[in-house]
Design a protein around this ligand. Structure first.
Ligand SMILES: *Cc1c(COP(=O)(O)O)cnc(C)c1O
Length: 405
């Protein structure tokens, strides 16, 4: 049996909603996008939401709205996707890469502290040490397991940093300080700006799309204006009855607005988001139970005081208990028809970031753990047979290539 890494599930009402939009005569940003923004803000408990055509656009505009300058330093996890760090370079600012925790793969606060000290002491590679002023940080909730939000906020406050959250994996997700305490949703003022992704294989999708959520009206207005050529905000509804025909350009903006075609899909997906999360959680629970006794792998650690979005289900191989490496392990999965991915080759092991002088020894945990990391298939409509096929393949590869003694 073949199991893909991901299979998007669009139901008939979602398809009908897109068709209705096509027939409505309004294709680009309009009433459905406004409704999507309002309902998304409500879903995450955020004050303002601006729909954009990707999470990368949201991250970019958040840095512009927060006035990121050339040679500013921004703390970015090395264990992330390209987007988190590249947006820092758009402004000519410099990412300070931070190592990860070995089990959750989330940013390690201790190393963030160390990297700021190293920056101040001139101990980072020369091209990185050109960074002048630590301005902000862009943590990622890897796979949908939220970082310690209180720790994040106090770290940012202590160092005078703004906080942009790469929430591409973490909708819907929540955190609480401890048992009995109140839950805080990702986007509920968990950062200055929270950036969500609706890319094709994310937890809800609009094909391509993103959302910037913020508690600050001023940031929201700046992001909204920048997303459409830097036009004054009263130009927003300029094709509608109350819009102004005589707009003003107030900044060199971008073209990052989301279409109503996409938002139509987003609205329907949003309505099913928690149902789909619960379905993914049941896949995660099945995997955790069925693989608990496999000594060649480590499972995701328990997600205490978290509502996990389960965007990813990442296992880590015990290479000392296997006769094969991770790449061969992946080949064996492929041979058994099982899809997979790796999240991620850390940034500092890519040529562009190596050109800044980053070396494995600067980020030892990520350098080691990425070589053992495998993301198994997880998606809401995974059938019982598909779950069993994934489990059987992992068990069989481990048994066959077990190192004895
Ligand atoms: C997918 C992803 C992004 C980018 O999202 P887009 O909507 O494709 O721009 C950013 N960060 C992380 C961690 C991601 O996984």
């Amino acid at each position: 049996m073949n199991v893909p890494f991901f299979r998007p599930e669009l139901d008939e009402t979602e398809i009908a909603e897109v068709v209705a939009t096509l027939r409505s005569g309004w294709l680009t940003t309009g009433p459905r996008t406004r409704a999507f923004e309002e309902e998304f803000a409500r879903a995450v408990g955020g004050r303002h939401a601006v729909a954009l055509n990707s999470c990368t656009a949201a991250l970019h505009l958040a840095t512009v709205a927060l006035d990121l300058r050339p040679a500013d330093a921004v703390l970015v996890p090395t264990m992330t996707f390209a987007a988190t760090a590249e947006v820092v370079r758009y402004a000519g600012a410099i990412p300070i890469l931070v190592d990860c925790e070995p089990d959750t793969l989330n940013l390690d606060f201790g190393d963030a502290e160390r990297k700021l000290e190293d920056l101040a002491a001139g101990r980072l590679p020369p091209a990185v040490s050109e960074a002048k002023r630590p301005a902000g940080m862009i943590p990622v909730h890897v796979g949908g397991r939220m970082l310690d939000v209180a720790g994040l906020r106090s770290f940012a406050e202590r160092h005078g940093l703004w906080l942009i959250e790469d929430a591409a994996h973490s909708f819907p997700a929540s955190w609480r300080p401890g048992p009995g305490a109140e839950w805080l949703r990702c986007g509920e003022d968990t950062a200055d700006v929270s950036c969500f992704s609706f890319y094709a294989n994310k937890t809800i999708t609009t094909g391509e799309g993103g959302m910037a959520v913020t508690g600050s009206e001023e940031l929201a207005e700046r992001i909204r204006s920048l997303s459409l050529h830097g036009l004054s905000n009263d130009a927003w509804g300029r094709y509608t009855a109350k819009g102004a025909w005589d707009y003003r350009i107030i900044a060199p903006g971008y073209k990052y607005n989301l279409t109503d075609i996409a938002s139509a899909l987003g609205l329907r997906q949003l309505a099913r988001a928690e149902e789909m999360r619960i379905a993914r959680e049941s896949v995660a629970t099945d995997f955790a139970e069925a693989l608990a006794d496999v000594e060649e792998i480590e499972l995701p650690p328990p997600a205490e005081d978290r509502v996990h979005s389960w965007h990813l289900f990442q296992i880590r191989l015990h290479l000392n208990r296997l006769k094969i490496d991770r790449d061969r392990f992946l080949e064996e999965l492929r041979a058994r028809g099982i899809g997979f991915s790796v999240h991620w080759r850390p940034l500092h092991l890519h040529p562009y970031w190596q050109s800044f002088g980053w070396r494995p020894e600067h980020l030892p945990v990520a350098s080691e753990v990425w070589r053992r990391t495998v993301s198994l298939p997880i998606f809401p409509a995974m059938t019982g047979e598909e779950r069993e096929a994934v489990v059987a393949a992992v068990r069989e590869v481990c048994r066959r290539f077990r190192r004895r003694g």
